[in-house]
Design a protein around this ligand. Structure first.
Ligand code: GAL
Length: 433
């Protein structure tokens, strides 16, 4: 299948994710049954796993998995190949060169959707149908999610979790300084609240970090101004990236940046979320891996922090999913399959997602096992419209993401709206069918 068709398939599959969700136990297989299906002991040897969950709250989720891996597969030795940098900002380049040099890890993290299909197209990963089948296949994973991992009948990774990207995290004590008590209904109302905060002496109403966090913020503004259907069409052949809706989004985005701190490209996301935690900023738009950061800093949901969908995106779940692969030429493929089986098991998904802030990709992990935020995300995933994330590989290939990132980074310096639109048009022409 051609590259561009694959992207279209990914987007179509992302759209059809609506309504399939975690939360309800599947009738066919319980959590304990699936866990007991795992072979005991494991294949043995070292299992090198590549992620970007290298430190801080990012590592807490990985640690939870590693602990369980050690318990379930005592013959295997986990080797942590993590490279720090949110959204894989450093890891992906390192991984690309390891794969090109014929030195693959035994398994690596890749986003469901267009990004994963990059690796499939480059013939760098093997099908893992067997592992998915032994885990219960579409009786435990939503078929529409499996479709994002499938090319020509083969499934190429095991999903570990689903994250939501369009979440505003807020500090109620800071909002109080400007008497803000209600959630803003749309972007204009949100911008007025930011102005009120400025007037009340809050110098950074909105915290941002390096380029990928800006791409993520921009994608949520696109969703708000275009609506989920028009937003999703942006990734299809011949899409219009200079419509009035896109222009409006670029203008809103420019206004939002005027209320943000100064950021440098390498600034990572924990700093921006910590600015909210520390009361230095009122708001941060961040994926729900932020929950792990609030938890790490001993903050209490509803007291120390609150959250709501980016204004204008209520009813939309800006979606991304981490998944794990079996690279071609993995030195310990059997050990890698143990790792994949652990990640895809109900026990693995519970342990990981409790620590990560995300929700299980499996449908048979009970919502009641999770705290309030994740319960709300599970409900949203079930009932909302699904939009694929740009910054986190669901909507666009790595090449397209990189072109959009370059345009957004340039805009951060220039604030030239016409040039941003021209760059986005050029990126779409180059990368879409
Ligand atoms: C995303 C990834 C998340 C989280 C985030 C910040 O791309 O899917 O699991 O790690 O980056 O690094």
């Amino acid at each position: 299948m051609r590259a561009k068709t694959l992207v279209a398939v990914a987007v179509a599959a992302a759209l059809s994710l609506v309504g399939c969700s975690s939360g309800a136990p599947a009738a066919s297989q319980s959590a304990s049954e699936s866990a007991s299906a795992a072979p005991s002991g494991g294949a043995g040897g070292e299992v090198g796993v590549f992620t970007w969950w290298a430190d801080g709250s990012e590592k807490v989720g990985l640690d939870a998995l590693v602990k369980l891996f050690g318990e379930k597969y005592p013959n295997d030795t986990f080797v942590n190949l993590a490279v720090a940098g949110g959204a894989g900002s450093n890891a992906k380049a390192k991984l690309a060169s390891e794969l090109a040099n014929g030195n693959p890890p035994d398994s690596f993290q890749g986003h469901a959707g267009a990004e994963l299909q990059d690796y499939i197209r480059a013939d760098q990963i093997e099908p893992v149908n067997e592992v998915i089948d032994s885990l219960g296949g579409s009786s435990v994973f939503p078929q529409s999610l499996l479709d994002l991992l499938t090319v020509q009948g083969n499934i190429y990774s095991v999903p570990s979790n689903i994250h939501r990207a369009n979440v505003v995290w807020a500090n109620p004590a800071v909002l109080k300084k400007a008497d803000i008590t209600a959630v803003p209904a749309d972007l204009d109302a949100w911008l007025s609240d930011m102005e009120k905060l400025k007037q009340a002496g809050v110098s950074t109403p909105l915290s941002i970090a390096g380029t990928w966090t800006q791409v993520q913020l921009f994608e949520t503004v696109l969703i708000a101004d275009l609506g989920v259907d028009e937003y999703t069409k942006l990734f299809a052949a011949g899409a219009n990236w200079e419509s009035d809706g896109v222009k409006k989004a670029v203008d809103h985005y420019a206004k939002l940046l005027s209320y943000a701190n100064t950021a440098s490209d390498g600034d990572d996301w924990p700093g921006a979320t910590d600015a909210v935690i520390d009361g230095k900023a009122a708001y941060n738009v961040m994926g729900d891996w932020a929950v792990a950061e609030f938890t790490l800093k001993n903050k209490t949901d509803g007291e120390d922090y609150t959250y709501f969908p980016v204004p204008g995106t209520d009813g939309v779940f800006d979606f991304l999913a981490d998944s794990f692969t079996l690279p071609k030429g993995a030195k310990n493929a059997a050990g890698a399959k143990d790792w994949l089986a652990l990640i895809g098991s109900a026990d693995g998904q519970k342990a990981f997602n409790l620590a990560k802030g995300s929700i299980p990709a499996r449908t048979d992990v009970p919502a009641t096992d999770f705290p309030k935020y994740q319960q709300s995300a599970m409900e949203a995933f079930k009932t909302n419209k699904i939009a694929p994330s740009i910054a986190h590989g669901a909507a666009v290939s790595q090449a397209w993401n990189s072109d959009i990132s370059t345009a957004i980074s340039k805009f951060y310096g220039s604030k030239d709206q016409a040039t941003l639109i021209a760059d986005l048009v050029a990126a779409a022409q180059k990368n879409a069918a």
